[in-house]
Ligand binder design. Structure first.
Ligand code: AHR
Length: 331
């Protein structure tokens, strides 16, 4: 019996260590399996916005797969579109002493306090997808993601070309993304700047659809009840546009013909609707940020100086272009 005691103690100790390693600190974070092991493994705390759209689902998959591929231990937390949940997750990452914190901020404002706490803990921060409006840029190492203003501009430019040579008023309704979020603010700005050049373009209604299909449908139904003369819908993402298509069809109108539709993202469902002629134009926003993010994480851990802004390359799609690439679209 005494001979067996060290083995029992060792087993008990091992169990205790494994329990501690697997703990998520009670904050709703989940650790992804890492292929690498041992003490050199980098731990990344990642706070995701939520699961509001097809874009977001593809982005989460990209981050999770890239972490696994890079042998990075990912502590993933879903904020369910709430800033308070992201702040809690970030504080929990500080307690867990992760090596790097990355997050996609639900909204632009209100991050300074928690980011100062991260800075005091000497943990590098990487912003992914969405920006913060902090004037103190030392609070984060880099920001990787799209140029949302440019996406809005590309959408406006397509519209200007589409109505070139016509003088009648063009009544536009706008489905905005989450109020206060960088993509909603920036896409609105970019689109507005371009169409302002010609007074025939009038935004007759603009409301948030929170980037979801359900709200896109609900708000479009309200727009259709209030306005009988809608020419164009500009939706800040595919999902809201797809919800709006249901509302337009429900009102007995033909999306893409009776009401021209512009969206942003180019996820598979959006591209299908574009190929089917229900959407007229999509400005792409790439969710595949995972591999670049993991490279930045590794560099940050090594203490390398990171470029302050890493931009994603994107294009635009017409129905013909969507038909040509649809079969190979991964997300
Ligand atoms: O921040 C990127 C935006 O967030 C995507 O365009 C939208 O689909 C998502 O919800």
């Amino acid at each position: 019996m005494f001979k067996k005691l060290p083995a029992i103690l060792a087993a008990g100790l091992m169990a205790a260590v494994l329990t501690a390693c697997g703990s998520s600190g009670g904050t709703g974070t989940t650790g992804a399996t890492s292929e690498a092991g041992g003490s050199d493994t980098i731990t990344l705390g990642f706070s995701q916005v939520g699961a509001e759209s097809g874009w977001r689902t593809a982005n989460t998959k990209s981050v999770q797969e890239a972490a696994k591929e890079a042998g990075i231990d990912l502590k993933f937390s879903d904020a369910q579109q709430k800033q308070e949940n992201q702040i809690k997750a970030i504080r929990s990452f500080i307690q867990q002493k992760v090596d790097v914190i990355a997050f996609s901020p639900v909204v632009e404002s209100g991050w300074d306090t928690v980011l100062k706490e991260v800075k005091d803990a000497k943990i590098p921060v990487i912003l992914t997808d969405r920006a913060v409006d902090s004037t103190d840029t030392s609070l984060y190492q880099t920001f990787i993601g799209s140029d949302f203003v440019l996406e809005g501009k590309k959408s406006g430019e397509w519209l200007v070309k589409e109505y070139e040579g016509k003088s009648e008023p063009v009544n536009i309704v706008e489905l905005q993304g989450t109020t206060g979020s960088a993509p909603a603010n920036d896409r609105k700005k970019g689109f507005g700047e371009v169409i302002a050049a010609d007074p025939k373009f009038k935004v007759i209604a603009s409301q948030t659809g929170d980037f979801t299909r359900a709200k896109g449908k609900e708000v479009m139904e309200a727009f259709l009840k209030a306005h009988k003369d809608i020419d164009v819908l500009f939706a800040h993402n595919d999902d809201m546009g797809l919800g709006a298509i249901e509302a337009i069809e429900g009102a007995g109108l033909k999306p893409g013909t009776d009401i021209k539709i512009i969206t942003i993202d180019a996820v598979k469902d959006g591209m299908q609707a574009l190929a089917d002629g229900k959407i007229n134009f999509i400005a792409e926003c790439s969710p595949l940020l995972g591999p670049q993010l993991m490279d930045l994480v590794k560099k940050a851990v090594k203490g390398e100086q990171l470029e302050k802004r890493v931009l994603t390359e994107e294009t635009t799609f017409t129905p013909e272009q969507a038909k040509a690439v649809l079969a190979d679209r991964k997300y």
